[in-house]
Design a protein around this ligand. Structure first.
Ligand SMILES: NC(=O)c1ccc[n+]([C@@H]2O[C@H](COP(=O)([O-])OP(=O)(O)OC[C@H]3O[C@@H](n4cnc5c(N)ncnc54)[C@H](OP(=O)(O)O)[C@@H]3O)[C@@H](O)[C@H]2O)c1
Length: 299
């Protein structure tokens, strides 16, 4: 990748907006792909970031409603609930040789992207960050870290290394990991029990993990069994211990979406977990019950 890259960002929200601003600040050309009103705002105001890690800054970005030229990388940073609609903004023919890098949580989107784009250019990433879009072009970054694991079965290693270098240069802690399945399932194994339990009971992690301990343990065990059946290592004891290190007030993003009345990524997390369990004949009764209770509650 050239020292100055052109990066498209589909969905300049919490994650995409933060990365777009960081990449622009470090000298890359950034084209945000968004709905018309958001694109117009971004062209006028750029992206303003407030962050304990990066300070306060505003970075200019280009913005359009559709990708119209080849780029080096296209970050996909919409939620699952809007992925299909948003992808119409990235016509396969416009991408050229670009890497397509989804940052979404979940495990099923890479296959959907490989069906639409060049399979050997789809490089799924896992992002660990807490970042919120409070208004178009306004990003509140809450975590003192921003970490990205880049994977991509079949993607040339040099391309992944080059992107990791670009992200690192922008201030992100980025690394290339060998095993895509392990990377995606490691995030899923942590996220699914936490998201399902806190959202189902409307409790922050501290209360959820004490008042519903047995269910949390079951969820962790079920998720680990499914993860292993999918070929990814899993360590339920370590996952449980990790939940206990988080501050009691911690909320999952699914729970925050539920509180705000936004659509949940329930199908991409719980639904995908249950589909994988079914495929491999792994029992997941507690996960199934929580997912169906959340659906019955209108999610
Ligand atoms: N935020 C985090 O801290 C975090 C951490 C780890 C993983 N993740 C994962 O990262 C993914 C993205 O989450 P997020 O929190 O960054 O989401 P988000 O803040 O809701 O941002 C998504 C962006 O997509 C845009 N969008 C929606 N529909 C669109 C369409 N049809 N065309 C173009 N853009 C569209 C929205 O634009 P408008 O602004 O114009 O409405 C919004 O800015 C999710 O899978 C999430 O689970 C997030």
């Amino acid at each position: 990748m050239a020292s100055k890259s052109t990066v498209a960002v589909l969905g300049p929200g919490g994650t995409g907006g933060l990365l777009a601003a960081l990449l622009s600040r470090s000298g890359h050309r950034v084209v945000c792909l968004a709905q018309e009103h958001t694109a117009g705002t971004l062209r006028r105001t750029g992206i303003a970031v407030r962050s304990p890690q990066f300070g306060e800054f505003t970075a200019p970005v280009e913005a359009d409603t559709e990708l119209r030229e080849p780029v080096d990388v296209c970050l996909i940073a919409v939620k699952h609930t809007t992925l299909d609609a948003a992808l119409t903004r990235v016509p396969p023919a416009a991408l050229g040789d670009a890497l397509v890098v989804p940052l979404l949580n979940g495990v099923e989107h890479p296959a959907a992207l490989r069906a639409r784009y060049r399979a050997d250019r789809v490089a799924p990433a896992v992002i660990r960050v807490e970042s919120t879009r409070t208004a178009p072009g306004v990003i509140e970054h809450g975590s003192p870290f921003t970490e990205i694991d880049l994977a991509g079965d079949g993607v040339p290693h040099a391309r992944l290394d080059a992107l990791a270098a670009v992200l690192t240069g922008a201030g992100v802690t980025a690394r290339v990991v060998e095993d895509e399945t392990a990377a995606l399932w490691a995030k899923m194994a942590f996220l699914a029990p936490f998201a399902l339990l806190t959202t189902r009971y409307g409790l922050p992690l501290g209360e959820a993990r004490t008042r519903h301990r047995a269910e949390l343990e079951d969820l962790v065990a079920e998720t680990a069994a499914v993860s292993r059946a999918c070929g990814a290592p899993a360590d339920p004891a370590q996952a449980l211990a990790r939940y206990d290190t988080f501050p009691p007030g911690t909320k999952s993003s699914m729970q925050r979406d539920a509180e705000a009345g936004r659509p949940l990524e329930l199908d991409a997390i719980g639904g995908a977990l249950l589909r994988a369990a079914d495929r491999h004949g792994v029992p997941a009764p507690v996960t199934a019950r929580l997912v169906s209770e959340l659906r019955a509650a209108g999610h």
